[in-house]
Design a protein around this ligand. Structure first.
Ligand code: CMP
Length: 153
């Protein structure tokens, strides 16, 4: 029991350090800390496979992951980004269609805190940061930057 209490307070402290999640009320953060499952991965492990169905949301608590995406079946997967401690992923399949939009693999040893769909919907899904499509806006930013560079050259 005591070990559980310590874990719970460590999770709370960690959740409070994550910008897009720290705005949740204390009782909600506490529920997230109650339901999350700590999951460990080794180098190159697939955490998420593009195209698979999924109903889990991940918060990285240790290590780094690589996000890749295959635009079509006859193309090589394209590197999108690296995410690390305090970053989260896997929200796309929890909104609307339940298909994973990219693959996520471990770079070295990784620990994730995993939240199931039900809990995500009740506790986290309402957050603006999680709902506004941060990745889409990043893609758009990259696109405008590329266009601006093109037109100014
Ligand atoms: P999901 O589609 O559930 O599973 C793959 C995850 O990769 C996805 O949710 C996002 O969290 C993340 N992801 C998808 N596209 C991008 C992107 N362009 N940049 C960063 N992360 C992404």
């Amino acid at each position: 029991v005591r070990a559980g209490v310590i874990k719970h307070s460590q999770y709370m402290e960690f959740l409070r350090s994550i910008p897009s999640i720290q705005s949740l009320p204390e009782d909600i953060l506490s529920k997230v800390a109650d339901v999350l499952e700590e999951t460990h991965y080794s180098d190159c492990d697939y955490i998420i496979r593009q195209g698979a169905t999924g109903d889990t949301f991940f918060i990285i608590s240790e290590g780094q992951v690589k996000v890749t995406q295959q635009k079509s079946s006859n193309e090589e997967p394209e590197f999108l980004t690296t995410l690390s401690k305090g970053d989260w992923f896997g929200e796309q399949a929890l909104k609307g269609e339940d298909v994973r939009t990219a693959s996520v693999t471990a770079v070295g040893r990784v620990t994730c805190l995993v939240v199931d769909r039900e809990s995500f919907m009740h506790l986290i899904g309402g957050l603006d940061d999680v709902n506004t499509n941060q990745h889409e806006s990043e893609d758009l930013n990259a696109k405008s930057a590329a266009e601006a560079a093109f037109f100014s050259s």
